[in-house]
Write a protein that binds this ligand. Sequence first.
Ligand SMILES: [Zn+2]
Length: 230
Amino acid sequence: MLDLLVVATHPDDAEISVGGILAKAVEEGLQVGILDLTTGEPTPHGTEEIRQKETSWASLVLGVQWRENLALPNRKLEASLDARRAIANVFRRVRPRLILAPYHEDAHPDHIRASQLCVDARFWAKLSRTDLEGEPYWPPHMMNYFSVHLRIHPAASIVVDISGQIEKKMESIRCYESQMSVGRSEHFPTVMDDIRDRARYWGWSIHAEYGEPLFCSEQIAARRVDQLLA
Ligand SMILES: [Zn+2]
């Protein structure tokens, strides 16, 4: 059973968008996992073997306890019933309290499909009298993270302070050498500069050094008033 499950369309999406939240959740003693939907290949400088090694290193850096890959079709991801079933089966098995899923608005079609798949699979996971595996389960919380492909200014529902985790986040992203450095310009701003500066911007928005934003289409409950003082 996981406290937090990040659903990532491609290996490296989780680290880029919520690597700080993942590292912080592990530090807080939570059970944390990542479900990668595709291998991310083909890309200009990667292979499936290289990507698997890079993903394992990044997982070690973050300290996540659970990670699997459904090997759905990269670049051609569809919000199909088979894909929905595969994800719902995972939700029923690992029973996450909070799911972090891709935001619905994105430049990458795979991310858009993945966002819809998470909504659909969350609903299916609670069904009884189905051919799904395991017992019915309704993941109580679902929020969305933003991808680097999205060159708009999204409105965040909440920003998590990752000032103490920024270096671990960047280290986890550097593990994806085939995606982050091979064949890329070394002139400022690099893709790593973009990711770090974006985290700095969100940190600025909450009077912190670094932050990661999340969007929630549902109401966020406060069980105690002092939660509003954080
Ligand atoms: Zn992606």
